[in-house]
Design a protein around this ligand. Structure first.
Ligand code: ADP
Ligand code: MG
Length: 283
């Protein structure tokens, strides 16, 4: 670093090697948690993503919306139930989930990115038949919850060439039934299918913790074999995230990160500074 440069210029100089490394590369970002709900964090996120596009990266956003779906179901007087972490989803539940994911959350994200200066295009797993899904093994208990068998990246490649794709984690099967899909799974499989350089998962914890109760046990770096070995002992929402990191790396992604989305501009911190935050999974 150039010690003579004023601090604000030093920040740019620190970013330069990263900008050079990432230029032209695809980065898949799983968006969720506080970064999607808190108004200030939403603005910060949009600024970050637009900046990525301006400096020559290809950001691809994948989002869920569990808490918002629950909130709307409750407003409609529908029963909200979970079975082993999956939302029990009858046809009406999936209908509401799609309305919330696409009609509300997806358009909100697209509008905000547009407003910050880069045109975004919203789609779900149903557009261009992006995701081919089959029912999860526990479908008898949970109903229309799907797992992604295949990602048809053609539609994404077309959009990402000029716009920022914003993907809602809904999809349908060959018979046209719609399904809920876990957004972490979707992000991991999109990263794999695109051969993305990086996959970044924003969440509401500092990263993967060896002991979920103790922030001091943050795993800062792990190889994919290590993650696979420890996965059976991981529970809750961290499990699909780590599985998604494994999926992404399996598809050629070089780095998968789980970072704290409660921190403003966590994306820029991760990508363009020497700090290194959260958990990094490597091949
Ligand atoms: P998101 O919206 O980011 O998908 P989730 O609630 O699905 O959020 O997943 C993150 C949650 O996983 C954390 O808030 C935490 O409660 C839980 N969790 C379970 N095990 C761990 C672990 N080992 N390390 C970190 N978080 C964990
Ligand atoms: Mg989750």
């Amino acid at each position: 670093m150039n010690e003579q440069a004023p601090p604000n210029v030093q920040v740019l100089l620190e970013a330069l090697p990263y900008i050079r490394e990432f230029h032209g590369r695809t980065v898949v970002i799983k968006y969720g948690g506080a970064a999607m709900r808190d108004p200030d964090l939403r603005e910060a996120f949009a600024t970050d993503v637009v900046l990525l596009k301006y400096v020559g990266l290809n950001p691809v956003i994948v989002h869920g919306g569990g808490p918002e779906i629950t909130e709307y179901m409750e407003r409609l007087g529908m029963e909200v139930r979970f079975h082993e972490g999956l939302r029990v989803s009858d046809a009406e539940t999936v209908e509401v989930a799609k309305m919330v994911l696409l009609g509300k959350l997806n358009t909100d994200i697209v509008l905000r990115l547009n407003r910050h200066g880069q045109a975004a295009v919203g789609l779900s797993g149903e557009d261009g038949w992006l995701f081919e899904v089959t029912p999860v093994p526990s479908a008898e208990q949970v109903g229309f919850v799907g797992t992604i068998e295949r990602v048809n990246v053609d539609v994404l490649n077309h959009i990402a060439a000029d716009y920022i794709p914003v993907i809602a984690s809904a999809a349908s099967d060959r018979d046209g039934n719609s399904y809920n899909v876990n957004a972490d799974e979707a992000a991991g499989k999109v990263a794999a299918a695109l051969g993305a350089y990086k996959a970044i998962f924003l969440t509401d914890v500092v990263g993967w913790l060896g002991d979920p109760e103790d922030e001091g046990t943050l795993v800062t770096r792990a190889g994919v074999a290590d993650v696979e070995e420890r996965l059976p002992a991981v529970s809750g929402g961290m499990r699909p995230k780590l599985q998604a990191c494994i999926d992404a790396i399996g598809g050629g992604t070089r780095y998968a990160h789980i970072i704290d989305g409660r921190k403003p501009h966590s994306l820029l911190l991760e990508l363009f500074t020497d700090a290194g935050i959260g958990t990094m999974v490597t091949p």
